[in-house]
Design a protein around this ligand. Sequence first.
Ligand SMILES: Cc1cc2nc3c(=O)[nH]c(=O)nc-3n(C[C@H](O)[C@H](O)[C@H](O)COP(=O)(O)OP(=O)(O)OC[C@H]3O[C@@H](n4cnc5c(N)ncnc54)[C@H](O)[C@@H]3O)c2cc1C
Length: 573
Amino acid sequence: MPRPTPGATPEVLAPVRRLPGRLTAPDPGWSVTADVVVIGSGIAGLTAALRLKEELGPEGGKVLVVTKDRLAAGSTRWAQGGIAAALGPEDTPAEHELDTLVAGAGACDPEAVRALVTEGPAAVHELIALGAQFDRDPAGELSLTREGGHHRDRIAHAGGDATGAEIQRALIEAVGRAPEIEIIKRALAVDLLLDGPAGEGGAVAGVTLHVMGEGQRDGVGMVRCRAVVLASGGMGQIFSQTTNPVVSTGDGMALALRAGATLRDLEFVQFHPTVMWLGADSVGQQPLISEAVRGEGAFLVDDAGDRFMQGQHELADLAPRDVVAKAIMRRMMETDRPHMWLDARHFGEEKWQRRFPTILATCRSHGVDPVTELIPVAPACHYASGGVRTDLWGRTDVPGLYATGEVACSGVHGANRLASNSLLEGLVFSRRIAAVLPGELRPWSEPVVDARTAGLVPGAVRRGLQDAMTTRVGVLRNAEGLAGVTDYLDGLAATPADLVDLDAWETTNLLTISSAVADAATAREETRGSHWREDFPERDDAEWSGHLDVIMRDGETTCAFSPAAPSDGEVHP
Ligand SMILES: Cc1cc2nc3c(=O)[nH]c(=O)nc-3n(C[C@H](O)[C@H](O)[C@H](O)COP(=O)(O)OP(=O)(O)OC[C@H]3O[C@@H](n4cnc5c(N)ncnc54)[C@H](O)[C@@H]3O)c2cc1C
């Protein structure tokens, strides 16, 4: 069936699902106020807080950061490879833009990509001025490397392969030098408080939190505020094997959806091709073998030693992630093996120690010495290219709610994120939010009585949900598997929890996001970027140029298609 043209009314493509319209929680027992609440303390959240404080000035309003665990618990500190920006003398933002659009497989927002690549270099220099120490060559220039999909050396890195840890350290220290930014740790954002009906103009009036603390701020409380910046990271924990840390349970996407925001491009989940394979029974966060290892010359082989990436793509082992992940999966299926191998033995001890000390130590801790042995690797969930839909300035559909970093869908990643563009996205779009938010801060408003239907599923269903998502909504998808998983998830949604606790809140968020991802993956009957349908193996621009958007109204979700022109600079029939 031909799709409507760009700008036409969205076409609803999935059945309505019933999920909790808000999370069951005790009434708030305490209350505080802040002009702006930032949810999350990774690169996106701390950059937003620092920049907002600067833009608001000493009298302009209070900024409060709330974060679920320790400040460094999110994905940021795990980032290895680096941060991409046109920093080299030969490089240009235009070349970075083209590589980003090509990787995004026709689904990027070109204006958002342009903002990312043109503002990227200044944003990285600002991070350096803040105290982040990147690796430099003997002449003192930034040492830049290359990763999959990039045609230039443009990845700045720190501590060899400890880029995220260094960025997180520098940001935490910078926030420590700004005592006027208040921080509440071990505080789970539960739901937004709105001053009107969700999805019908209700604007942010506050947020409910559950704090595991002592004294006055323990248990469920509320923050009354005028704006919320959502920087709560990704949702990798919807799968049983992921590179994401335990806090990545999609809470921010779920609470935004419940409050009336739109989730976009959720089917485009990036599976990193080279995650260390620890055995079929290993679940949770798995060790990543950074793309930069291939950037420095490592290559993939099968059991017979065949370098199967050669001839698959002009960039061979450095092809974009979706291409490499699919090639690995194909060869795994052809040879009936649970993993392939990465060969970097030729680096020798010195290069491994100098460039990839963290990965070297991780491999050795799992009994593999990459100096003398091949590393077993297989694809695993790595990154959510979609998320809460925003405009170019981080605004969502909910007045007063902004989103930045991995939780957001700013449009820069399209169907497949280009390596090392995500740290940059957090930096650039947090700066953009800080540039506009002070000028559009809303007056204080009163939360209305919440009419959304509360609900909760038990934490005990989490493992089954993760297994079902991995088997049926993983790298390879088909209609039969997807139909099975949506039935299964509908069944879980009808299972009430008898305990109100952190596990149940997170698991309900995982279920909400899993249902939305499965619906979008079912609806998109083509293969594009990181979305691979076995039953629709070709990219189909005539039918599928555009975005799938999921919305919720009092717990009922719908998934609709909004057409858009392809954006990868290529001519498609
Ligand atoms: C192993 C690994 C390697 C990577 N390597 C790279 C790389 O080399 N280059 C690159 O560009 N990208 C890389 N990425 C991706 C990148 O690290 C992330 O996309 C990026 O750090 C996301 O930043 P963020 O600030 O949006 O989220 P995060 O850093 O994940 O921070 C999210 C924050 O929100 C908090 N939070 C979550 N839920 C709640 C809640 N309900 N209430 C309160 N707080 C909450 C978390 O505790 C955390 O503080 C990598 C990711 C992983 C996992």
